[in-house]
Design a protein around this ligand. Sequence first.
Ligand SMILES: O=C(O)CCC(=O)C(=O)O
Length: 209
Amino acid sequence: MILMKNYISIKDQVDIVNICEKWGVGPGGFYQPSHENGAKLRLQMMCFGRNWDPVTKYKKRCRSDGSEALPLPHELISLTETTLQDARAHLQKLPSMCPDICIVNFYPPVYGRLGLHQDCDESNDSLRRGLPVVSISIGDTAEFLYGRTRDKYKAESVLLKSGDVLIFGGKSRLVFHGVKQVLPNTAPLELLQETALRPGRLNLTLRQF
Ligand SMILES: O=C(O)CCC(=O)C(=O)O
């Protein structure tokens, strides 16, 4: 597991926000998914490459509204590949991966959160090889939890700020993780001035299915 603080430049953050805005407002764009029991996740989500939701996981090609997954933008693929190369300078054991899926979450401040969970719905091969998840944070700061179990009282906590990248692969691939809260008014001013990002936090997790 490796945290690259302030890794994404403001220019690249602006580009990422613009990509999310472009795709987020049309068919297949942001929506609020539900759990099996009908409770809504406290975030908005959209998927590139393959649809995922808490009930059907990656099994359905189309969402309940009929929309297919959006194509994974090439800018996100090359950013992820460069990030992994840079990360490998610090952590040689980090397996390489070719991203083909990205789940984008948008958390409004205060209300937004995500319970502790493992990312374990990708292919058996991807999980067995510990292919890393590359997680990009943009906008407001999140209090991010991670640990060996689903117990939030035993979890470690770290602040993820705009431009930070967290990578978990290899033995950490199945780490439990979640977002406890999103701190209002913590996004970089420059990002807000140059984009139409509304208050809250964007998180992009790039994976290889
Ligand atoms: O927002 C985050 O930092 C975590 C997102 C996440 O856990 C997920 O998409 O599975």
